[in-house]
Design a protein around this ligand. Structure first.
Ligand code: FDA
Ligand code: NAD
Length: 435
């Protein structure tokens, strides 16, 4: 089979791939130099849309509406854009073998791709209940959500629901919260089940979670905490019918959506590249341990300069920025120049129902809640600060205005001193607006 050769290959066609392509074009990459190889059938798009407007019954988002880089207010890169820029968009092509020593990638169909510089942007894949051996987890109508074809399958299942159809959402993280809201918006009866004592324990304190659990309950979501799913029962067509919990409860379900976490796609490179914390280890320029190989987005374990440690981040803001940093670094190294290290302030966000929160910084140390965090509050404007070693290191805000969100971002960046937690709680947003 014919061999194709490129100066730069971006492996993966998700968020970071799209932002990397834009950065290559900005640098004046020549026609034919850059290729994106993606398992997906569509040009890079803003993945966050899949768990939000893509599933809504009204104001529905569809491609080409949310191709990158609209999510950060940038130009929308339609498939024609890649053609104009001479960037090869090699879609529906899964790479099944990577030989970093010979700089060769092989696709499932046997095509061979050579590169001089590789950017690994393979992102994450979902954890499956079949991986944990949960009985019945391979039943029909059990959905996961990572890529657009999975979102399409879920949309079809939602469309097939009738009045009174029931969904069980397994997991109380990002997918759990966003999907429960999207299914409710489609007028489906929703139960959200998760094993922890409160939702989104990776980030939320018990106080923050109490607001969302109360709010979701008021919207008709049956929030079932501290419960483990141990199996599924099906009807004669092999479609899911019941979800069995460890405590003996049984929940009826026409649809099940599972969001129990993700793992970075590093398998292709095992034994060929240095790894850490489950991801591909990089420096502050996203260079890996292998010369001319970079890793960005969800797969990269990179130095988090602000906190003096190394981390992996599974969020879109980092996917975009790491891709841009890697391309800058590639050109700088070719030109014998140097650029600044990646200085990343963690930024996560989510939207569901009429809620919208933002978080900046680090959620470590003691936390204080401020504002009106009653689920029945008409404004639902509240937030939290995290304080470590007498400094505010993290800030969370629900329903903030753009200026207020900017103010909490600044707090997390500047890390102002705060020794009196009660005072901080009383001051709330006023504290942030003074920084
Ligand atoms: P991404 O997953 O975007 O892309 C990886 C690409 O590589 C995919 O196209 C995949 O098909 C391809 N690929 C993988 N292996 C391959 C192979 N062997 N051969 C060829 N192609 C291969 N974050 C946030 O901050 N706010 C939000 O609201 C959301 N919302 C959200 C919703 C949903 C449904 C998901 C799944 C995720 C989010 N996220 C998010 C997380 C965010 O989308 C995520 O961190 C970024 O998409 C990561 O970008 P990457 O480019 O690293 O991977
Ligand atoms: P997550 O890590 O946010 O949440 C996983 C949740 O699964 C846990 O909180 C827990 O409640 C639950 N869980 C774990 N094991 C379980 C088990 N055996 N049974 C039942 N529940 C179990 O992961 P996710 O929500 O699946 O999200 C997947 C990926 O997509 C992540 O990388 C996430 O960052 C990303 N994502 C991000 C956003 C956002 O940033 N707004 C939105 C959607 C998805």
């Amino acid at each position: 089979m014919a061999e194709k050769s490129f100066k730069y290959v971006i492996l993966g066609g998700g968020v970071s791939a799209g932002y990397a392509a834009r950065a290559f074009a900005k640098h004046g990459a020549k026609h034919g130099e850059v290729a994106i190889i993606s398992k997906e059938a569509v040009a890079p798009y803003e993945r966050p849309a899949l768990s939000k407007a893509y599933l809504f019954p009204e104001g529905t988002a569809r491609l080409p509406g949310f191709h990158v880089c609209v999510g950060s207010g940038g130009e929308r890169l339609l498939p024609e854009w890649y053609t104009e820029k001479g960037i090869s968009l090699i879609l529906s092509t899964e790479i099944v073998k990577a030989d970093l020593a010979s700089k060769t990638l092989t696709s499932a169909a046997g095509e061979i791709f050579k590169y001089q510089t590789l950017i690994i942007a393979t992102g994450s894949t979902v954890l499956r209940l079949t991986d944990f051996g949960t009985p019945g987890a391979d039943a029909k109508n059990i959905f996961y959500l990572r890529e657009i074809d999975e979102a399409d399958a879920l949309v079809a299942a939602i469309k097939a629901t009738k009045n009174g159809s029931k969904a069980v959402v397994v997991g109380g993280g990002y997918i759990g919260l966003e999907l429960s809201a999207a299914l409710r918006a489609n007028n489906i009866d929703v139960s959200m089940v998760f094993p922890e004592p409160w939702c989104m324990p990776r980030l939320f304190t018990a106080g923050i979670a109490a607001f969302y659990e109360g709010y979701y309950t008021n919207k008709g979501v049956n929030v079932i905490k501290g419960a483990l799913v141990v199996g599924f029962e099906t009807n004669e067509n092999g479609e899911v019918k019941n979800v069995k919990l460890k405590d003996g409860r049984v929940l009826e379900a026409d649809i099940v959506v599972v969001g129990v976490g993700a793992k970075p796609l590093t398998q292709l490179f095992k034994g060929q590249i240095e790894e850490d914390k489950g991801g591909i280890k990089t420096d502050a320029f996203f260079k890996t341990s292998v010369p001319n190989v970079y890793a960005v987005g969800d797969v990269a374990t990179f130095p988090m300069k602000m906190y003096g440690d190394i981390r992996r981040v599974e969020h879109v803001d980092h996917a975009r920025k790491s891709a841009e940093q890697a391309v800058e670094a590639i050109y700088a190294s070719e030109e014998g120049k140097s650029i600044g290290e990646y200085e990343y302030l963690p930024f996560f966000y989510s939207r569901s129902f009429d809620l919208s929160w933002q978080f900046y910084g680090d959620n470590v140390g003691e936390s204080v809640l401020f504002g009106d965090s009653s689920p029945a509050s008409p404004s639902h404007k509240f937030g939290a600060y995290w304080v470590k070693d007498g400094k505010v290191v993290g800030a969370f805000l629900e329903s903030g205005s753009p200026e207020e969100n900017k103010a909490i971002a600044k707090v997390a960046k500047v890390q102002p001193p705060a020794d009196n937690l009660d005072k901080l709680a009383t001051e709330g947003l006023t504290f942030a607006s003074k920084i």
